[in-house]
Write a protein of this length. Structure first.
Lengths: 111, 115
């Protein structure tokens, strides 16, 4: 099985940079995904790292290091609308496996 | 552009009642799944399916049944509702269960209260 650990809450100032970490324990997986969920809404896909390294999509970047069993989501130029919960997720390699999520990190952006 | 459609959006049940949460997707996705979300618990997998006629249990399957008779539909049945099943339920689908299925598309959620 797999387990993913994330901080439960993070607070950051508008305009700043914040990093949300995800550590995991799994024997092998396709890649690390990140999802965003605003209060009352559904999760939406943000990014995916299949290989080690940094993936950039606008203000958001995501990083994976398989050797360190670690990844992170980096949000730059924070805006109030970035206040949301962020989830990391993995899907194991063996057979037909489901996507399993971490418990999520609630990001609060303050003025 | 419907995507993943869940019904109903809100439901109140009494303990012991049964009901079905409907989920349909129009993207011809092979993989479909049901999650429940409770405060502080993240998204916990209830059941999933990798194709028509194939279902499997997730982390918290007790008290729930599923079936997958068509590619499009994946209903979740609560056999005898309990207050512990009060939650927000999300249906989600992806192209496959492998690397091509890295993006999961979610429905808007169904908010269930069991009294």
């Amino acid at each position: 099985g797999q387990s993913l650990e994330q901080p439960s809450e993070v607070t950051a100032v508008e305009g700043a940079i914040v990093q949300i970490n995800c550590t995991y324990q799994t024997s092998g997986f396709y890649g690390l995904s990140w999802y965003q969920q605003h209060d009352g809404g559904a999760p939406t896909f943000l990014s995916y790292n299949g290989l080690d390294g940094l993936e950039e999509t606008g203000r958001f970047s995501s990083f994976l290091s398989r050797s360190d069993s670690y990844g992170y989501l980096l949000l730059q130029e924070l805006q109030m609308k970035d206040s949301a919960s962020y989830f990391c997720a993995v899907r194991e390699l063996s057979g037909n496996t489901p996507l399993v999520f971490g418990k999520g990190t609630r990001l609060s952006v303050i003025a | 552009n419907a995507g993943v459609t869940q019904t109903p959006k809100f439901q109140v049940l009494k303990t012991g009642q049964s009901m079905t949460l409907q989920c349909a997707q129009d993207m011809n996705h092979e993989y479909m799944s049901w999650y429940r979300q409770d405060p502080g618990m993240g998204l916990r997998l209830i059941h999933y399916s990798v194709g028509a006629g194939i279902t499997d249990q997730g982390e918290v399957p007790n008290g729930y049944n599923v079936s997958r008779s068509t590619t499009e539909d994946f209903p979740l049945r609560l056999l005898s509702a309990a207050p512990s099943q009060t939650s927000v339920y999300f249906c989600a689908s992806s192209m496959t269960s492998g690397v091509a299925g890295r993006e999961l598309f979610f429905g808007e959620g169904s908010r269930l209260t069991v009294l």
